[in-house]
Design a protein around this ligand. Structure first.
Ligand code: FMN
Length: 161
């Protein structure tokens, strides 16, 4: 099974989950990076505004071709209850994703808000079928049982007919 794990991370929590899951699945990791990053101030002003509006930020890589993959995993930090503008851009950058299964996850301080429902809608608009979703608060990101549960969901989704 080929799993492509795509994520954005500002302070490392989402990266940590993505890396653990990638190791367990022997997947391929794609870190989506902003071409121009936020500062510790503008992340709360401009970043939250853009997240709330569902906007996309310019990212690298500009195209993420998943045609050769069996399952897509997308992870986002929660900003103002939403997926980050970089993850919105990652969904827009997906190529070869029609009909592919996906598992999505968010890391948050306390509450995942609407981050995964908006991410799921955007993926489904591109023909991706979201099989499962996970929210990790700060305790969840270091809980091996939660990570293992997501790895199991990814394996199941990747083998779905
Ligand atoms: C700009 C900003 C907005 C945030 N908004 C929320 C929020 O609405 N709800 C929440 O539970 N956590 C919120 N957080 C906390 C992050 O979602 C959480 O720390 C997440 O794990 C960060 O992921 P990262 O380390 O991969 O960047 C926010 C953090 C930042 C920087």
């Amino acid at each position: 099974m080929k799993a492509r794990i795509i994520y954005h991370s500002f302070s490392g929590n989402t990266r940590s989950v993505a890396e653990k899951v990638c190791d367990a699945c022997e997947g391929n990791l794609v870190e989506v990076k902003l071409t121009s990053d936020y500062s510790k101030l503008t992340i709360y002003t401009l970043g939250c505004y853009r997240a709330l509006k569902g906007m996309c930020d310019p990212i690298e890589p500009a195209i993420i071709d998943v045609a050769a993959d069996d399952v897509i995993v997308i992870g986002t930090p929660v900003w103002a209850g939403k997926a980050t503008p970089a993850v919105n851009a990652a969904v827009a950058a997906l190529a070869g994703c029609e009909g592919k299964p996906a598992v999505i996850f968010a890391t948050c301080g306390k509450d995942g808000g609407e981050s995964l429902s908006s991410l799921k809608n955007a993926l489904e608009a591109k023909g991706v079928k979201v099989h499962d979703e996970f929210v990790f608060d700060k305790h969840g990101t270091v809980d091996p049982d939660r990570i293992n549960a997501m790895v199991a969901a990814i394996t199941t989704a990747g083998r779905a007919p």
